[in-house]
Structures are given as C-alpha cells and as structure tokens.
Design a protein around this ligand. Structure first.
Ligand code: PLP
Length: 473
C-alpha cells in the first residue's frame, strides 16, 4: 500500500512557479515548456510514492533537489538541438559534421550582409535591377580564367542544371567506371534521369577506351560527361580516358564536354606534399566546356555548387527556370566572396581557409598541440582508470576528396582497463558540446589535426565528466 500521507508533501504547481529560481527560468524559457517539466517531475514523484519506492526521508531528499532538477531539465529542453561539436575524428571535410569551417572574417561578412540591406540584386551604378550572380561571377572568372560562371545551391544541383540545360531528352555519354555514388544519395545515373538526359554508358568498370566513346556518338548525343571518381579509386588493370583525349572527340563532333570535378580544388596540392588532385584551372585548360564542383569541399567555403565554362553554355543555364529553384542565398554569396578573394593570393588562401590550413598543417605543429593537450589533461589530474599517450596515425581528407591520401598525424590515444571503451566514447558524445572521437582496437583516438586549441579546455572538462559519471555508476 502506498503511503497516502506522502502525497501531501508534494508542492503544488503554483507554489513551484512562485519559487525564485523558477521565476528566473521563466524570464528566458517559455512558460509552457517550464510547466511541462514541472508536471513531469511531479508525476515521477507520484509514481514513486504509488509504487512504494520512497519513504518519507527519501522523498524529502528528492524534494530538496526538485527545483534544481527542474531548472536543469528545462534549460536542457530549451537549448538548441542543432549545435556545434568537437571534431576529434581527424576527417577534415566531414560531411556528417558539416564539411568546411568558415573563418571569422567570413562570418563577419555574413553578419554585415544579413543584418543590413544589400545590393544583392541591385546595380549601384545604374540604379536598376542587377543580377545576384554578377559579382561572384567576375571573381570566379578572374581566379580560374573561365569565360563565365554561375553559383547554385550545391554541386548536385550544379550537375543537374548542366545536364538539364544541355542534354534534356538527349544522350550523355559516361564511362561505366565513373557511374559513382557519393554519400547522401547523389548517384550519377539518378541525377541524369532526374535531369531528363538519357544515360549512355560506355566501357567497363575498370577499362574504358576512347573508341568506346566514339562508337556511340550519333545524332542523339548531346554531351560527353567526365566524372571525377572522388571517393574511390579503381586500381590494377585499369584505363580511363582523360579530359585531353576527350577534347579531340568533342571538337570533331562539336558536342560539349562536361566535367564534374567534385571537390574543385583551386591550388596544386602536390606543391604542399599531397597527392595531385586535378584543379579547376587544369580542367578548363585541358578543354572542358563546363566544369562543376562543390563550394564546401576542398575549396573550403560555404555549401554551394559552382559551374563555370564557356559563355554560350552558362548563359543557357542562367535562363533555365531550374536555376531559380536552386539559387543561392545571400549568406552563401557573402561567404563565397570572402573565400574566393583569398585565392587571389595562394599563400593567403592556405593560411586563412580552415580546410586548407588543416590539410597542410605541419606534423610538428600537430605534435606540439598533442603535447599541450596531454599536459593540460595531466595537469588537471587524469582519473587513474584512464591511460593517455601520443601516437602516430593518419588523418583523412574526407568529403570524397583524395581518398587514398595518407596524412600523417598525431593522436592522443585513450585506453582504460576499468571501463568499457564504448561507454567512454558514448559519454564524450553526450557531453555538451559533444566530442566526436574514433574507436580503433579498443582505444579512443583524438586526432589533433581537426581539434582547435580553443577546444582543449572543453576536452579536459569532457574527460572529467566521463570519469565522474563512470565512477558514480
Ligand atoms: C561531392 C560530389 C558531388 C555532390 O556535391 P554536393 O556539393 O555535395 O552536392 C557530386 N559529384 C562529385 C564527383 C562529388 O565528389
């Protein structure tokens, strides 16, 4: 039998609402949300009484902490669910964690544009309506040498628009070795179908020759498409046809050559000790008529799809009604202008663009960061149940860019004889802000390449939280 007297000890909702801390809560959190939390907490206590789980003393203990519990939970419920995380995975362009980061100058410009009116579609010279694309177009053309350019929502949209404009109802020839899928459901055959173009596959998975293309060129051919196999490589007995070779064909038959470059890097990464990734400038110089790529992969800017190439093709795309549906917003344009301007001076781009900075970070710098973080954690007195050491490892570029690149890095590696490594990882992920790590062979890896110095303190707090939680459980 439940002790009916205990119910009378429970405070009324109205009484709780009068409490000073709850009053302060109501200043910043919607009343309905606070009321929900109060009711849920009281319901839990009533259930405990009903099920005889509490005696009088225990209930009093629970009531002492009631207001604090309500505050904590209400604050939790009211916090944003889409939030920053700490990327300790070492994957630089991590699509699930938001791809490229923007620096402060870019953010300042977004704020300037977003909190004021702007000349988004207004020509300040003529006082007439202008184009939202013109400023960014001249900048892209200046950097890449392209005749014309257009920016849309993302690269998937860029490919869709190029195909829909140049090849709707007609055939586009693609090598079977390039019929790729990129994470998050971008598949060349499906984008092709959606655009209304007809896919004409040639060659085999591992080998495609120039004659394979030429054999199927006919009346119905609208374009040749070359897709950069961003996220995988076919190794061994292989051959594919380069853009240069395809140029002979497209010139002979007078059909446009489209290249989906995926990452769209604007600097020669080989100069910085990385594998060579075909640049946008090379693709154009080799003779591609239309080139598309993402804004937030190796370019290091905001999400966007950049299309550049011959004026005749880009002009047609600008007139396609689809362009209106996939147009970029002013925040993207504000961020993209700052990002692209860095490329007018390559060294500056490498220094200022976080993606490029992380990609080319010297190992000595990563090692120094690892030591600093280790010192900081040890200075706070790491729980005896944990062991930490610095180890050599490899980071990944991510975002379907440079899949075979092995970026030597330094990791802080955590192991524990006492606690399950999955529990530790889960608690780090549940911390605020969440700390996203990688488990390998029963150890947790913190890759210092993608961890900022400003995040060290949070990691120390996270580890303390993990240790306290596991000790109490
Ligand atoms: C990433 C990628 C895409 C898709 O780009 P989004 O900007 O994510 O839409 C398309 N094609 C290739 C080759 C890619 O690497």
């Amino acid at each position: 039998m439940a002790n009916a007297n205990l119910y009378s000890l429970l405070p009324k909702v109205d009484e709780l609402l009068e409490d000073k801390s709850i009053q302060e809560l109501l200043d910043k959190i919607p009343r309905s949300l606070v009321l929900d939390v109060i009711r849920q907490e009281l319901d839990t206590l009533r259930a405990s009484i009903r099920e005889n789980k509490l005696d009088k003393e225990e209930l009093k203990g629970q009531l002492d902490g009631l207001v604090a519990r309500i505050s904590r939970r209400a604050n939790q419920e009211a916090s944003y669910k889409f939030k920053r995380v700490i990327n300790a995975t070492g994957v630089i362009i991590h699509t699930n964690l938001g791809r490229s980061l923007l620096n402060d100058k870019i953010l300042d410009n977004i704020k300037e544009i977003a909190s004021n009116y702007s000349n988004l579609e207004y020509d300040l010279q003529s006082a007439k309506r202008g184009s939202r694309y013109s400023i960014i177009e001249s900048l892209i053309c200046e950097i890449t040498g392209a005749e014309a350019a257009l920016v849309v929502n993302n690269n998937a949209a860029a490919v869709l628009l190029a195909l829909s404009t140049l090849a709707k109802g007609r055939e586009v020839i693609v090598s079977r070795g390039e019929l790729i899928e990129i994470g998050g459901s971008f598949r060349i055959p499906e984008v092709m179908e959606e655009s209304g173009a007809i896919l004409r596959e040639v060659g085999t998975t591992n080998k495609t020759h120039l004659r394979d293309y030429e054999n199927v060129i006919g009346e119905e051919t609208a374009a040749l498409l070359k897709v950069h196999t961003s996220n995988y490589r076919i190794l061994g007995f292989t051959s594919s046809v380069s853009i240069k070779e395809l140029v002979d064909l497209k010139t002979k038959y007078q059909i446009p050559l489209i290249e989906d470059l995926g990452s769209g890097v604007l600097v020669d990464l080989a100069k910085y000790g990385l594998n060579h990734e075909p640049t946008v400038q090379e693709s154009l110089a080799n003779g591609a008529d239309v080139v598309t790529f993402s804004g937030d992969k190796l370019l290091g800017g905001p999400q966007a799809g950049i299309i550049l190439g011959k004026k005749e093709h880009i002009s047609l795309m600008k007139q396609n009604p689809l362009t209106r549906a996939i147009r970029v917003d002013k925040f993207t344009l504000a961020a993209l202008e700052v990002t692209l301007r860095y490329y007018l001076d390559e060294e500056r781009a490498l220094r200022e663009i976080p993606t490029l900075r992380m990609l080319t970070m010297p190992i000595a710098e990563i090692e120094a960061k690892a030591k600093n973080l280790l010192d900081l954690i040890e200075g706070q007195g790491l729980d005896k149940a944990f062991t930490l050491e610095i180890q050599d490892d490899f980071s990944e570029v991510g975002g379907g860019s440079l899949p075979l690149e092995e970026l030597a890095t330094k990791c802080l590696v955590l192991s524990s004889d006492k606690y399950k490594i999955e529990s530790i990882e889960g608690l780090l992920r549940g911390f605020n802000p969440p700390i996203i790590t990688r488990i390998y062979r029963d150890r947790i890896y913190f890759d210092l390449r993608t961890i900022k110095e400003g995040e060290f303190k949070t990691i120390v707090e996270g580890l303390t939280h993990v240790a306290n939680t596991l000790r109490e459980s």
